[in-house]
Design a protein around this ligand. Sequence first.
Ligand code: COA
Length: 241
Amino acid sequence: MGRSAPTREPVHDGRYEPHDAAARRGIGGQRLCLNALFDPSGQCWFIPAGQPGPEPVTCPARPTLSVVTATEPVIRPAAPADLDAVAEIFTHYVRHTVITFEEIPPPAAAWHQRLDDLAAQELPFLVAESSGEVVGYAYAAPWRPKPAYRHTAENSIYLAPGRTGRGLGGTLLQALLTACTRTHLRQMIALIADTGTDASVALHRSLGFTDVGRLAAVGYKHGRWIDTVLMQRPLNSHTDQ
Ligand SMILES: CC(C)(COP(=O)(O)OP(=O)(O)OC[C@H]1O[C@@H](n2cnc3c(N)ncnc32)[C@H](O)[C@@H]1OP(=O)(O)O)[C@@H](O)C(=O)NCCC(=O)NCCS
Protein backbone atom coordinates (compact mmCIF):
# COMPACT_ATOMS: atom_id res chain seq x y z
CA MET A 1 0.00 0.00 0.00
CA GLY A 2 1.19 3.52 -0.66
CA ARG A 3 2.07 5.83 2.13
CA SER A 4 0.25 9.07 2.65
CA ALA A 5 1.63 12.33 1.34
CA PRO A 6 3.64 14.46 3.75
CA THR A 7 1.58 16.94 5.69
CA ARG A 8 2.42 20.61 5.54
CA GLU A 9 3.84 21.94 8.74
CA PRO A 10 2.84 25.34 10.09
CA VAL A 11 5.21 28.26 10.30
CA HIS A 12 7.35 27.35 13.26
CA ASP A 13 8.88 29.71 15.79
CA GLY A 14 7.35 32.50 13.72
CA ARG A 15 10.70 32.66 11.96
CA TYR A 16 10.43 30.28 9.03
CA GLU A 17 7.67 29.57 6.62
CA PRO A 18 7.31 27.22 3.69
CA HIS A 19 8.88 28.66 0.59
CA ASP A 20 5.78 28.33 -1.53
CA ALA A 21 3.73 30.24 1.02
CA ALA A 22 6.33 33.01 0.97
CA ALA A 23 6.22 33.02 -2.80
CA ARG A 24 2.44 33.41 -2.75
CA ARG A 25 2.85 36.46 -0.56
CA GLY A 26 5.19 37.86 -3.19
CA ILE A 27 8.35 37.76 -1.09
CA GLY A 28 9.69 34.46 -2.33
CA GLY A 29 11.12 34.06 -5.74
CA GLN A 30 14.36 32.59 -6.75
CA ARG A 31 16.78 35.04 -5.17
CA LEU A 32 15.38 34.76 -1.71
CA CYS A 33 15.81 31.01 -1.86
CA LEU A 34 19.47 31.66 -1.22
CA ASN A 35 18.45 32.03 2.39
CA ALA A 36 16.52 28.85 2.64
CA LEU A 37 16.60 25.45 4.18
CA PHE A 38 15.71 22.30 2.34
CA ASP A 39 14.50 19.39 4.38
CA PRO A 40 14.41 15.72 3.35
CA SER A 41 10.67 15.75 2.72
CA GLY A 42 11.11 18.12 -0.21
CA GLN A 43 9.89 21.13 1.72
CA CYS A 44 11.87 24.32 1.29
CA TRP A 45 11.80 26.75 4.24
CA PHE A 46 12.23 30.40 3.46
CA ILE A 47 14.21 32.53 5.91
CA PRO A 48 12.88 36.09 5.97
CA ALA A 49 15.23 39.06 5.81
CA GLY A 50 16.81 39.82 9.16
CA GLN A 51 16.85 36.19 10.21
CA PRO A 52 19.99 34.10 10.26
CA GLY A 53 21.41 33.08 6.91
CA PRO A 54 23.14 32.46 4.63
CA GLU A 55 25.52 31.55 7.41
CA PRO A 56 24.83 28.08 8.74
CA VAL A 57 21.91 28.13 11.14
CA THR A 58 20.20 25.48 13.16
CA CYS A 59 16.46 25.23 13.29
CA PRO A 60 15.63 24.14 16.83
CA ALA A 61 12.20 22.92 15.87
CA ARG A 62 13.51 20.72 13.05
CA PRO A 63 16.91 19.28 13.82
CA THR A 64 16.88 17.24 10.61
CA LEU A 65 17.03 20.36 8.46
CA SER A 66 20.15 20.69 6.40
CA VAL A 67 21.69 24.10 5.97
CA VAL A 68 22.01 25.64 2.55
CA THR A 69 24.20 28.67 2.04
CA ALA A 70 24.52 31.12 -0.78
CA THR A 71 27.62 29.34 -2.05
CA GLU A 72 26.00 26.03 -2.85
CA PRO A 73 22.96 25.26 -4.96
CA VAL A 74 19.66 25.11 -3.17
CA ILE A 75 17.45 22.16 -4.01
CA ARG A 76 13.78 23.03 -3.74
CA PRO A 77 10.41 22.24 -5.28
CA ALA A 78 9.88 23.77 -8.71
CA ALA A 79 7.55 26.74 -9.08
CA PRO A 80 5.89 28.12 -12.23
CA ALA A 81 8.46 30.95 -12.32
CA ASP A 82 11.22 28.37 -12.78
CA LEU A 83 9.81 26.82 -15.91
CA ASP A 84 11.35 29.14 -18.50
CA ALA A 85 14.79 28.20 -17.16
CA VAL A 86 13.82 24.53 -17.03
CA ALA A 87 12.66 24.71 -20.65
CA GLU A 88 15.88 26.40 -21.68
CA ILE A 89 18.00 23.65 -20.10
CA PHE A 90 15.99 20.90 -21.76
CA THR A 91 15.96 22.69 -25.12
CA HIS A 92 19.76 22.54 -25.19
CA TYR A 93 19.71 18.76 -24.87
CA VAL A 94 16.86 18.37 -27.38
CA ARG A 95 18.65 20.38 -30.03
CA HIS A 96 22.26 19.38 -29.51
CA THR A 97 22.34 15.85 -28.10
CA VAL A 98 20.76 12.41 -28.36
CA ILE A 99 20.40 12.18 -24.56
CA THR A 100 16.69 12.83 -25.00
CA PHE A 101 14.72 11.34 -27.86
CA GLU A 102 12.60 14.48 -28.13
CA GLU A 103 13.36 16.29 -31.39
CA ILE A 104 11.26 19.42 -30.89
CA PRO A 105 11.57 21.37 -27.63
CA PRO A 106 8.27 21.25 -25.73
CA PRO A 107 6.51 24.63 -25.49
CA ALA A 108 6.27 26.46 -22.17
CA ALA A 109 2.67 25.32 -21.80
CA ALA A 110 3.80 21.70 -21.74
CA TRP A 111 6.09 22.40 -18.78
CA HIS A 112 3.29 24.13 -16.88
CA GLN A 113 1.04 21.16 -17.60
CA ARG A 114 3.74 18.77 -16.34
CA LEU A 115 4.21 20.75 -13.13
CA ASP A 116 0.46 20.68 -12.53
CA ASP A 117 0.12 16.99 -13.41
CA LEU A 118 2.95 15.92 -11.14
CA ALA A 119 1.62 18.05 -8.28
CA ALA A 120 -1.82 16.48 -8.73
CA GLN A 121 -0.21 13.05 -8.41
CA GLU A 122 1.93 14.19 -5.47
CA LEU A 123 5.10 13.43 -7.41
CA PRO A 124 8.17 15.63 -6.84
CA PHE A 125 9.55 18.15 -9.33
CA LEU A 126 12.70 19.76 -7.92
CA VAL A 127 15.05 22.44 -9.16
CA ALA A 128 18.62 23.30 -8.21
CA GLU A 129 19.15 27.01 -7.83
CA SER A 130 22.48 28.79 -7.59
CA SER A 131 22.81 32.55 -7.12
CA GLY A 132 19.22 33.01 -8.13
CA GLU A 133 19.54 30.93 -11.30
CA VAL A 134 17.94 27.57 -11.99
CA VAL A 135 20.87 25.32 -12.92
CA GLY A 136 19.18 21.95 -13.01
CA TYR A 137 15.98 20.06 -12.42
CA ALA A 138 14.73 16.58 -11.67
CA TYR A 139 11.30 15.05 -11.46
CA ALA A 140 9.60 11.70 -11.11
CA ALA A 141 6.84 10.97 -13.61
CA PRO A 142 4.59 7.93 -14.01
CA TRP A 143 6.44 5.09 -15.73
CA ARG A 144 3.40 3.89 -17.68
CA PRO A 145 -0.23 5.09 -17.76
CA LYS A 146 -1.86 1.72 -16.97
CA PRO A 147 -3.11 1.77 -13.38
CA ALA A 148 -1.18 -1.20 -12.01
CA TYR A 149 2.03 0.75 -12.71
CA ARG A 150 0.96 3.48 -10.29
CA HIS A 151 3.72 2.74 -7.76
CA THR A 152 6.49 2.95 -10.38
CA ALA A 153 7.98 6.17 -11.72
CA GLU A 154 10.69 7.21 -14.14
CA ASN A 155 13.09 9.93 -13.15
CA SER A 156 14.39 12.74 -15.34
CA ILE A 157 17.39 14.83 -14.40
CA TYR A 158 19.06 17.58 -16.42
CA LEU A 159 21.70 20.09 -15.42
CA ALA A 160 22.44 23.28 -17.30
CA PRO A 161 25.38 22.91 -19.69
CA GLY A 162 28.46 24.00 -17.80
CA ARG A 163 27.08 22.78 -14.46
CA THR A 164 27.84 19.11 -15.02
CA GLY A 165 30.65 17.05 -13.57
CA ARG A 166 30.79 18.78 -10.19
CA GLY A 167 28.60 16.53 -8.09
CA LEU A 168 25.38 18.53 -8.43
CA GLY A 169 23.66 15.67 -10.25
CA GLY A 170 24.25 13.41 -7.27
CA THR A 171 22.85 15.96 -4.83
CA LEU A 172 19.79 16.59 -6.98
CA LEU A 173 19.01 12.94 -7.71
CA GLN A 174 19.46 11.99 -4.05
CA ALA A 175 17.02 14.75 -3.08
CA LEU A 176 14.53 13.44 -5.62
CA LEU A 177 14.85 9.87 -4.34
CA THR A 178 14.40 11.05 -0.77
CA ALA A 179 11.31 13.04 -1.73
CA CYS A 180 9.93 10.00 -3.56
CA THR A 181 10.18 7.81 -0.48
CA ARG A 182 7.51 10.06 1.09
CA THR A 183 5.09 9.24 -1.70
CA HIS A 184 3.20 6.16 -2.82
CA LEU A 185 6.09 5.16 -5.11
CA ARG A 186 7.91 1.86 -4.65
CA GLN A 187 10.16 1.59 -7.72
CA MET A 188 12.15 4.09 -9.76
CA ILE A 189 13.18 3.49 -13.36
CA ALA A 190 15.86 5.32 -15.33
CA LEU A 191 15.80 4.98 -19.09
CA ILE A 192 19.13 6.27 -20.33
CA ALA A 193 20.18 6.78 -23.94
CA ASP A 194 23.49 5.06 -24.54
CA THR A 195 25.34 8.05 -25.91
CA GLY A 196 28.83 6.71 -25.44
CA THR A 197 29.43 8.80 -22.32
CA ASP A 198 28.72 7.34 -18.94
CA ALA A 199 27.83 10.23 -16.63
CA SER A 200 24.16 9.35 -16.27
CA VAL A 201 24.73 5.61 -15.86
CA ALA A 202 27.53 6.30 -13.35
CA LEU A 203 25.33 8.73 -11.46
CA HIS A 204 22.42 6.32 -11.20
CA ARG A 205 24.67 3.40 -10.29
CA SER A 206 26.29 5.44 -7.52
CA LEU A 207 22.84 6.00 -6.01
CA GLY A 208 21.81 2.36 -5.98
CA PHE A 209 20.31 1.81 -9.41
CA THR A 210 21.18 -1.49 -11.07
CA ASP A 211 21.22 -2.38 -14.74
CA VAL A 212 18.15 -4.33 -15.71
CA GLY A 213 18.29 -4.29 -19.48
CA ARG A 214 19.21 -2.77 -22.78
CA LEU A 215 17.00 -2.00 -25.74
CA ALA A 216 19.01 -2.07 -28.94
CA ALA A 217 18.66 0.63 -31.61
CA VAL A 218 15.26 1.87 -30.41
CA GLY A 219 16.10 5.50 -31.10
CA TYR A 220 17.15 7.27 -34.28
CA LYS A 221 18.26 10.87 -33.96
CA HIS A 222 20.87 13.09 -35.55
CA GLY A 223 21.58 10.39 -38.11
CA ARG A 224 22.38 7.51 -35.77
CA TRP A 225 20.74 4.58 -34.08
CA ILE A 226 20.78 4.69 -30.29
CA ASP A 227 20.36 2.00 -27.63
CA THR A 228 18.75 2.69 -24.28
CA VAL A 229 19.91 1.32 -20.95
CA LEU A 230 17.25 0.47 -18.41
CA MET A 231 18.11 0.87 -14.71
CA GLN A 232 15.95 0.31 -11.63
CA ARG A 233 16.05 1.11 -7.94
CA PRO A 234 13.61 0.22 -5.18
CA LEU A 235 12.49 3.13 -3.00
CA ASN A 236 12.93 1.98 0.54
CA SER A 237 11.65 4.31 3.21
CA HIS A 238 13.96 2.87 5.87
CA THR A 239 17.22 3.42 4.04
CA ASP A 240 16.45 6.45 1.92
CA GLN A 241 15.62 9.02 4.57
C1 COA B 1 23.80 13.11 -15.96
C2 COA B 1 23.99 14.28 -15.01
C3 COA B 1 22.67 14.61 -14.32
C4 COA B 1 25.01 13.85 -13.94
O1 COA B 1 25.19 14.92 -13.04
P1 COA B 1 26.67 15.45 -12.74
O2 COA B 1 26.63 16.46 -11.68
O3 COA B 1 27.31 15.84 -14.03
O4 COA B 1 27.35 14.14 -12.23
P2 COA B 1 28.20 14.01 -10.92
O5 COA B 1 29.32 15.01 -10.99
O6 COA B 1 27.30 14.02 -9.73
O7 COA B 1 28.79 12.58 -11.14
C5 COA B 1 27.97 11.45 -10.98
C6 COA B 1 28.82 10.23 -11.23
O8 COA B 1 29.10 10.14 -12.62
C7 COA B 1 30.50 10.10 -12.82
N1 COA B 1 30.73 10.83 -14.05
C8 COA B 1 30.53 12.15 -14.24
N2 COA B 1 30.80 12.46 -15.53
C9 COA B 1 31.20 11.31 -16.12
C10 COA B 1 31.60 10.96 -17.44
N3 COA B 1 31.64 11.88 -18.43
N4 COA B 1 31.93 9.68 -17.70
C11 COA B 1 31.89 8.77 -16.72
N5 COA B 1 31.48 9.01 -15.46
C12 COA B 1 31.17 10.28 -15.17
C13 COA B 1 31.10 10.73 -11.61
O9 COA B 1 32.42 10.27 -11.36
C14 COA B 1 30.15 10.28 -10.54
O10 COA B 1 30.42 8.93 -10.17
P3 COA B 1 30.76 8.56 -8.66
O11 COA B 1 29.60 9.05 -7.84
O12 COA B 1 30.88 7.09 -8.70
O13 COA B 1 32.03 9.31 -8.39
C15 COA B 1 24.54 15.55 -15.73
O14 COA B 1 25.82 15.27 -16.24
C16 COA B 1 23.63 16.02 -16.84
O15 COA B 1 22.69 16.77 -16.62
N6 COA B 1 23.94 15.57 -18.07
C17 COA B 1 23.15 15.93 -19.25
C18 COA B 1 21.72 15.45 -19.17
C19 COA B 1 21.62 13.98 -18.89
O16 COA B 1 22.41 13.16 -19.36
N7 COA B 1 20.60 13.63 -18.09
C20 COA B 1 20.30 12.27 -17.75
C21 COA B 1 19.27 11.74 -18.70
S1 COA B 1 18.93 10.02 -18.33
